[in-house]
Design a protein around this ligand. Structure first.
Ligand code: AHG
Ligand code: MN
Ligand code: MN
Length: 336
């Protein structure tokens, strides 16, 4: 049987199942080609001059790496001419990018974290791209970048597609159009993504957790309690031994959970309380929460389902607790 490429999968979702429109199919194909271009750039490493600092800072005041800037440009260039988008927003841009007048405007909004795991770029550890797709509300004012921000402020439940690419030993693209989660692997010889796993499911229980332990003293009581209980292992309240894995690239930590279960936490802590958390809602937490729920897992701030949050700004930050359903429920329970 012929390989099921991403293109073929998308045709089936459109033609046979009617889950997606022709424009959304095109959008996902364009994003996948951009991810392939980013993967190739990353693969050159020190030979391609792509490592190191860009010498600039983004809107969150974080120093940008060359690859943060390059990945952002690849995604913008790939997506602005096709006529499928109304606007784009990114971690690396203060305001949304409106579509230049010389191109037609479409009905979708695309948000992305062009390069997730920036601190892992120069040390050859897995990094990735995260994206989220929304419908542009009818009559939205897109006349200026400032005005267009309002169109993006929709809860995660409104996402029509979300996905991420991991640039690791292999490059994978994990996608959901609201019809389960599918994993594609980049065929480096032929180019393009090929379906390698359908209907990804996250086991409800797990004995593996991911959290930055360096922040322990800043955590709130419910997370302190949960991590302490996991560390007590068999002898403690949870009655089993746990293992810890922390890559430090959300995409890679989430992909491990997608593959074999686990719980990932970047909870509210005293250090990030004023900002609302560490991770960004619109292009990190929401797309990941969408994928995790589509695979049978759960995603919460500890106090609220992530997908239910009504955003009030584009670069809003939120606490994130996601992964295997029963473990997430336990932590949420500890929050009372
Ligand atoms: P980004 O590289 O897009 O800024 O995101 C980094 C995020 C996320 O990938 C990761 O889970 C987290 O930041 C790690 O942060 P710390 O190393 O500060 O804990
Ligand atoms: Mn990120
Ligand atoms: Mn990033």
């Amino acid at each position: 049987m012929a390989q099921r490429t991403l293109a073929r999968y998308l045709i089936e979702e459109q033609r046979n199942k009617g889950v997606i429109t022709a424009d959304l199919k095109f959008l996902i194909e364009v994003v996948s080609r951009a991810c392939q271009a980013i993967s190739i750039a990353i693969g050159k490493g020190g030979l391609g001059g792509v490592l190191g600092e860009a010498g600039s800072a983004n809107v969150q005041g974080e120093a940008q790496k060359k690859l943060d800037v390059l990945s952002n440009e690849i995604l913008l260039d790939a997506n602005e001419w096709g006529g499928h988008l109304a606007a784009m927003a990114s971690e690396e841009m203060d305001l949304p990018h409106t579509i230049p007048h010389r191109y037609p405007q479409g009905e979708y909004l695309l948000l992305f974290d062009p390069l997730d795991g920036s601190s892992n770029i120069d040390v050859d550890v897995s990094i990735g791209t995260i994206f989220s797709v929304l419908k542009c509300p009818e009559g939205a004012d897109l006349s200026t970048p400032e005005a267009s921000e309002a169109a993006f402020l929709q809860p995660g439940t409104a996402q029509v597609a979300a996905g991420y690419a991991v640039y690791g030993p292999t490059t994978v693209l994990v996608l959901s159009v609201g019809d389960g989660v599918t994993c594609f692997t980049l065929d480096r010889e032929q180019g393009g993504f090929v379906l390698t796993q359908e209907a990804m499911r996250i086991p409800a229980d797990t004995a593996e957790f991911a959290i930055n332990m360096a922040n322990q003293r800043h955590w709130e009581a419910p997370v302190q309690r949960y991590v302490a209980e996991m560390q007590q292992g068999k002898d403690g309240a949870l009655g089993k031994d746990y293992n810890m894995r922390w890559v430090g690239s959300m995409v890679a930590d989430v992909h491990r959970i997608m593959t074999r279960g686990g719980i990932f936490m970047y909870p509210l802590d005293a250090k990030t309380r004023d900002k609302g958390g560490k991770l960004r809602l619109m292009y990190e937490a929401n797309p990941m929460a969408f994928l995790i729920e589509q695979a049978g897992g759960a995603a919460s701030t500890g106090r609220q389902r992530i997908l239910d949050i009504e955003p009030d700004r584009l670069h809003q930050r939120v606490p994130v607790i996601l992964g295997s359903k029963n473990e997430v429920a336990r932590v949420v329970g500890y929050h009372g």
